[in-house]
Design a protein around this ligand. Structure first.
Ligand SMILES: *Cc1c(COP(=O)(O)O)cnc(C)c1O
Length: 229
């Protein structure tokens, strides 16, 4: 019997391949980020051995433990959780990407604390595209100003936008917030700042996200199984 993580990864890659074909996109235009929050270093190793090299984490302390344990492996680490001011130093010293920036203050701290030995930190702005009070993310009409401010920070590289919409059942409903995010990105992008990253799509809405232009899908459950908190 094949290890379960390897076969689930294959199934997720097949969904990505089918969706990119269906929407006339190149297969390699969508990157798979394996969301390994709550998962052990051993499970991450299993995915790594099955060819997965980008991992996303939401909870800083458990992430740091795993990053330290796996420091000899070729892994690209993405922080996708809530950023707090007192955690920015650890985030910027340990991660390659942060998808969840919604405040200038956090961006400034990540910039100022980024070690000189590391390349600029890749950043996505989290946008509150469906105006949910409880979720993080900058309001769409505030995004332009924040982008302008962040783009002056030399130790950050602003790559694009991310959103975390509330779950809906049908693919048409799932596509709506993703489309709004893509349209916002298209408005905000310039030649100097192409904002080529659309970080959209999770286990239950990968085809909808790819239909609307996703370049990074963040997938946890479909790779590692249901989470126990
Ligand atoms: C947990 C999480 C995911 C993965 O969700 P699944 O439904 O398990 O695929 C993606 N993005 C963010 C920001 C998350 O917190």
């Amino acid at each position: 019997m094949k290890p379960i993580i390897e076969s689930r990864l294959k199934a997720v890659r097949a969904i990505i391949a089918e969706s990119t074909a269906k929407y006339a996109r190149a297969t390699d235009s969508v990157q798979l980020l394996a969301v390994s929050k709550t998962r052990s270093a051993k499970e991450i190793m299993e995915a790594l051995e099955a060819g997965q090299h980008c991992f996303g984490e939401s909870y800083l302390q458990e992430a740091i433990n795993k990053i330290d344990q796996l420091r000899d492996e070729a892994i690209e680490w993405h922080f996708i959780g809530r950023v707090q001011s007192n955690k920015t130093r650890q985030i910027t010293e340990k991660f390659d990407w942060v998808h969840s920036i919604d405040k200038l203050k956090h961006a400034q701290r990540l910039n100022d604390q980024r070690p000189d030995s590391m390349p600029p930190l890749n950043i996505c702005l989290q946008i509150n595209i469906d105006n949910q009070a409880t979720k993080g993310g900058v309001e769409p009409d505030q995004a332009a100003e924040l982008i302008e401010q962040i783009s002056t920070l030399p130790r950050l590289k602003l790559r694009g936008v991310m959103t975390l919409p509330s779950p809906t059942a049908s693919i048409d409903e799932q596509r709506l917030p993703f489309r709004r995010l893509r349209e916002l990105r298209d408005q905000l992008a310039t030649k100097e700042l192409p904002l080529d990253t659309l970080s959209i799509g999770m286990s239950d809405d990968i085809p909808a996200a790819i239909a609307e232009g996703s370049t990074i899908v963040r997938v946890g459950t479909a790779i590692f199984g249901p989470r126990n908190y």
